[in-house]
Design a protein around this ligand. Structure first.
Ligand code: SAM
Length: 277
């Protein structure tokens, strides 16, 4: 497998989704992903073993998948039919959620990641029209998305899950700018991001060290993701993991107005019409 270190983290998240899938309903299972185990493969479970041994369980990951599943279902119910998943990795939304007729999903990631996924899911049909688009998101990816058939005049739901922490601030801002330039008003952007106060917290030192050992260091964090989106003309609402399902989050959830608290955010942003009072 010719994956780089960040690409390998897609196998890790698949392994985590497989573990969640094996929870019982009585034990508060958040979703089922029947494809996660085969996608994770032995490499994904091996990285998961190291994560558990060195930094412990990561309860935010299944909560984040549940949060994004719910937001996608809501976006489809609100009439959005075009979904673009950046850094899709082993995401299986296209294979396991219910889609209305006429919905299509573009999955963008490195070509080798999408080929691996294609091989593993060769006998599985997506539940919507799915396009896999091999790109480097640090380069020029937009023309490839257009060639694949993205319609820039349609409302789009963008999903950027598990990517931003591996980028630096300039790369994050460029990505948001690119997404914005391809979005009509009322498009939706979903992403997760670590708070800067969490990234810099002493209790995160072992996580930082481990991510460096993996070769995928954590870089980007922000305490007020709403403000970043505001500068692009998007209105964002940030949700914390404990607000998705408090029974699955054993940490306090500080009210949003308390500053400088270590937090994880799941964000839903909506592009405003551009007509400001
Ligand atoms: N979104 C998926 C999920 O949550 O399961 C995958 C997240 S995984 C932690 C990070 C993904 O980002 C990997 O699949 C990796 O290949 C992709 N990625 C990172 N940098 C990229 C780049 N420059 N171009 C394309 N994909 C990239």
């Amino acid at each position: 497998m010719n994956f780089d270190a960040v690409a390998k983290t897609s196998l890790l998240t698949a392994a985590m989704r497989a573990v969640e899938t094996n929870r019982s309903e009585n034990d508060g299972r958040l979703f089922t992903d029947p494809f996660a185990e085969v996608l994770a493969g032995s490499e994904g479970f091996s990285i998961l073993g190291r994560v558990r041994a060195e930094v412990g369980e990561q309860p935010s990951i299944p909560l984040r998948t549940r949060y994004f599943d719910d937001r996608i279902i809501q976006g489809l119910a609100q009439g959005i039919r075009q979904i673009v998943i950046l850094a899709a990795g082993m995401d299986t939304c296209a294979y396991r959620l219910s889609f209305p007729d006429g919905a299509w999903v573009f999955e963008l990631d490195r070509p080798e990641v999408l080929s691996y996924k294609q091989e593993r899911l060769a006998n599985t049909l997506p539940r919507c029209t799915r396009y896999a688009v091999g790109v480097d998101l640090r380069g020029e990816w937009q023309s490839k998305l257009i060639e694949a058939g993205m319609n820039t005049t349609d409302r789009t739901l963008w999903l950027v899950e598990g990517l931003l922490l591996y980028l630096d601030e300039a790369e994050v801002l460029t990505l948001f700018e690119e997404i914005d330039s391809f979005s009509v008003p009322n498009s939706i952007l979903l992403f997760d991001v670590l708070g800067r106060s969490l990234l810099d917290a002493p209790q995160m030192a072992k996580h930082q060290q481990f991510s460096e050992t993996l070769g995928a260091p954590w870089r980007f964090g922000v305490d007020e993701p709403e403000k970043i989106m505001e500068q692009f003309g998007w209105k964002a609402v940030a949700t914390q993991p404990g607000e998705v399902d408090p029974t699955r989050w054993n940490f306090p959830t500080a009210p949003r107005h308390v500053p400088n608290v270590p937090r994880i955010f799941f964000v839903e942003a909506r592009k405003l019409s551009g007509v400001f009072p």
